[in-house]
Design a protein around this ligand. Structure first.
Ligand SMILES: [Ca+2]
Ligand SMILES: [Ca+2]
Length: 229
């Protein structure tokens, strides 16, 4: 079994359930996934972007968008974020504030422009809230940088809405190889309610990944022995 196959199996197991490895219980981390039927040019970069959702107390919830891309071959930049709220939770978020505890050279301004490819996201209900760089490309979220956005909101209700898909978060990333761009939307953990501790989720994801890996090895050995016989 190739190392890349092992890694992908582990990632599949962890990615399905991971919330965070070290974040407090009042925070959750979501990955991003490709949009089915959309552009494929940036598919390999979806894994490089993360969203931390944190309960700041006092009825404030922080959404932190992080760019963890390797810059070996390109320097992908997060250039738009979009929040899509279903009508059933239309009052979930209010009082949007941008650029809260950003890291790096990042400055965004409010924008509710359409997220490209969002017509291919099931249940996407338009851009309810959103933002894009306030200035040139340097103000986008490059590798190692982050963008923070807060809302007045109930943290548990926000997590429940993300898990239910009534709140969806999309991002548009540019400066991909060849100058291409692509859009992604948030992944949803398979564990729903109640929200388990991060360590339990990590363990479950790892166990699933390892189980899949060992099954693969077992099947392979069995096949090899069968061929010999
Ligand atoms: Ca894509
Ligand atoms: Ca920047």
């Amino acid at each position: 079994m190739k190392v890349t196959t092992i890694a992908s199996l582990l990632l599949a197991g962890i990615g399905a359930t991971v919330i965070a490895t070290s974040a407090p219980a009042s925070a959750a981390t979501f990955g991003f996934q490709n949009i089915p039927g959309g552009d494929t040019v940036g598919d390999a970069f979806a894994k490089d972007f993360l969203l931390d959702v944190t309960d700041k107390g006092g009825g404030t919830v922080l959404f932190k968008f992080l760019n963890n891309a390797s810059t070996t071959f390109s320097n992908p930049a997060l250039k738009q974020v979009a929040f899509s709220l279903d009508n059933s939770v239309s009052s979930l978020l209010s009082n949007i504030k941008l650029n809260i505890n950003n890291t790096g050279n990042v400055l965004f301004e409010k924008s509710t422009q359409n997220l490209s490819q969002s017509n291919n996201i099931s249940g996407w209900d338009g851009t309810t809230f959103g933002a894009d760089p306030d200035g040139g490309n340097s103000k986008a979220v490059q590798s190692g940088e982050s963008l923070g956005i807060t809302f007045t909101a109930n943290y548990n209700a926000v997590l429940a809405a993300i898990n239910a898909g009534t709140l969806k978060l999309g991002i548009h990333v540019g400066s991909l190889p060849g100058g291409a761009s692509d859009s992604y939307f948030n992944s949803v953990p398979t564990s729903r309610t109640p929200v388990p501790e991060p360590s339990i989720l990590f363990g479950a994801g790892l166990a699933f990944g390892l189980a899949t890996l060992f099954k693969g090895n077992h099947d392979k050995k069995w096949k090899q022995e069968k061929i010999k016989a």
